[in-house]
Design a protein around this ligand. Structure first.
Ligand code: NAD
Length: 345
């Protein structure tokens, strides 16, 4: 039976990436029944909100969505649709794998990190106010419940995916109460996995330096929301940039798959943007839907086309447009047999 999936094309480069990804996923051998709904700037005028109720209802009904990036006005205007979605649907875990790919010009060739970012609280709770004319306060919320939940997600992910170590990242030397609680919660959960998954912690600034110098020392990282956002861009940079960095937002009742990158408005409509991150987010979705073989075939095809280098977009040094890149992946998929695992390619 076809999987009914909500597809939110998004703003900027989103629609062309969504079209490319949909074609690749349709060629994966798994059947999809796409329910296309719009959110973001384009629907503001007609619905008075960038996230209309029927979009949320569609995801609640289908339990799975593939989403392109959505523009967020800076400093004013509506709140981030991405943050609203995560909070409204309780998508508490943001999973961002960062893995080197042959053919990309990067400083390291053997990076294989998984960033697990808490997605619902921290400074993203959006509790801010002005104090008079010349000051403003943002409130950082860290709870034991959310911290233990994300730590458990990270350890369970490590167990299920053959990983060996979880590193908790924090700034508990300065924010002794909030980050201290995050670290304490990670330690509590780590005790349940003792002997199976190694545990350690790092202060976030040191973590950044270590990742730039010795990324091979790390495996799964678990972080509060803001550090997770920043460190996952850093990790994306280690493996070829935002154009190739996929992501998943996972909750108890729903999951939304989206790239790490934003809507890159300067490339919108030019058939220039790299579809890899959204396609690989689609592969994460295939795995979530219980199709690891199809996910691996998609990943293997993407990696093969990138390694070849003839049909990639400009950001990867290639001559192709978004749609030609997708064509090459679709073609490659047709000749990639079941069992051609991405981890082996
Ligand atoms: P961005 O990720 O959109 O772009 C940064 C730069 O990265 C681009 O200028 C481009 O050079 C490169 N880039 C990003 N994606 C690419 C791709 N697929 N192919 C080729 N190059 C790519 O970040 P930004 O400029 O900070 O943000 C633009 C808008 O996107 C903002 O409104 C921001 O709020 C929003 N945003 C949305 C999401 C999301 O929807 N989850 C995430 C991040 C940013």
């Amino acid at each position: 039976m076809a999987h009914r999936v909500t597809l939110i094309p998004g703003d900027g480069i989103g629609p062309e990436l969504a079209e490319a990804s949909r074609r690749v996923l349709d060629a994966s051998g798994i059947e999809f029944d796409w329910e296309v709904v719009d959110a973001g700037e384009a629907v503001m005028a007609s619905y008075g909100t960038p996230l209309p109720e029927h979009v949320l209802e569609s995801i609640v009904r289908n339990k799975v969505a593939l989403k392109g990036p959505i523009t967020t006005p800076v400093g004013e205007g509506f709140r981030s649709v991405n943050v609203m979605l995560r909070q409204a649907l309780g998508l508490y875990a943001n999973l961002r794998p960062a893995r080197s790919m042959p053919g990309l010009d990067t400083r390291y060739q053997d990076v294989d990190l998984v960033i697990v970012r808490e997605n619902t609280e921290d400074l993203y709770a959006g509790i801010e106010h002005r104090v008079g004319r010349d000051a403003a306060e943002s409130i950082k919320i860290i709870t034991r419940e959310a911290s233990e939940r994300i730590a458990r997600f990270a350890f369970d992910y490590a167990v299920a995916n053959g990983r060996h170590k979880v590193t908790a990242v924090h700034k508990a030397n300065i924010m002794k109460l909030s980050d201290g609680l995050f670290l304490e919660s990670c330690r509590t959960i780590a005790a349940d996995y003792e002997g199976r998954i190694e545990f350690e912690d790092r202060i976030v600034d040191n973590m950044c330096m270590q990742l730039v110098q010795k990324p091979d020392l790390y495996d799964v990282l678990v972080l509060p929301n803001l550090y997770g956002d920043i460190v996952s861009d850093l990790a994306a940079g280690l493996v070829g940039g935002l154009g190739v960095a996929p992501g998943a937002n996972i909750g108890t009742d729903a999951a939304v798959f989206e790239p790490v990158h934003g809507s890159a408005p300067k490339y919108a409509g030019l058939n220039k943007a790299n579809p890899t991150a959204l396609i690989l987010s689609g592969a994460l979705m295939l795995r979530h839907l219980g199709h690891p073989d199809a996910a691996e075939r998609v990943e293997a095809s993407v990696r093969a086309v990138i390694a070849e280098g003839r049909s990639t977009t400009q950001d990867l040094g290639g001559p192709a447009g978004t749609s030609q890149f997708a064509d090459a992946i679709v073609e490659r998929l047709a000749s990639t047999p079941a069992g051609a695992g991405a981890r082996a390619s």
